[in-house]
Design a binder for this molecule. Structure first.
Ligand code: ZN
Length: 101
């Protein structure tokens, strides 16, 4: 039997520790002319590409030509919950802030 560990926290994922969640990610450059039918998905891809370009600019390098990337991760339940709540790892998750009055 194959042994899995959480790709985020490193915890061993055994049948007794709960289900193993598989996270699949795919990013690719958007076609030039698109009709935005699925705004959420398009926005996510655009944001990731923008981030890559920004990083390259900071490093003083030529922006790389983005290519299709696919990745798959094994996650434990708490890490899966964390990642799906904030998939882009933003410093401030989009949660409403309430003032105390
Ligand atoms: Zn984990």
């Amino acid at each position: 039997m194959r042994h899995y560990t959480c790709d985020l926290c490193g915890k061993a994922l055994t049948p007794t520790s709960g289900p193993r969640m598989i996270l699949k990610m795919e990013s690719y450059p958007a076609p030039e002319e698109t009709t935005l039918t699925d705004a959420t998905t398009e926005a996510d891809v655009v944001e990731e590409v923008a981030l890559l370009l920004e990083e390259a600019e900071e490093a003083g390098a030529e922006p790389p030509v983005p290519t299709t990337r696919k990745a798959s991760y094994d996650l434990c339940i708490p890490c899966h919950r964390r990642v799906t709540a904030n998939p882009l790892g933003r410093a401030r998750p989009a949660t409403p802030r309430f003032s105390g009055n």
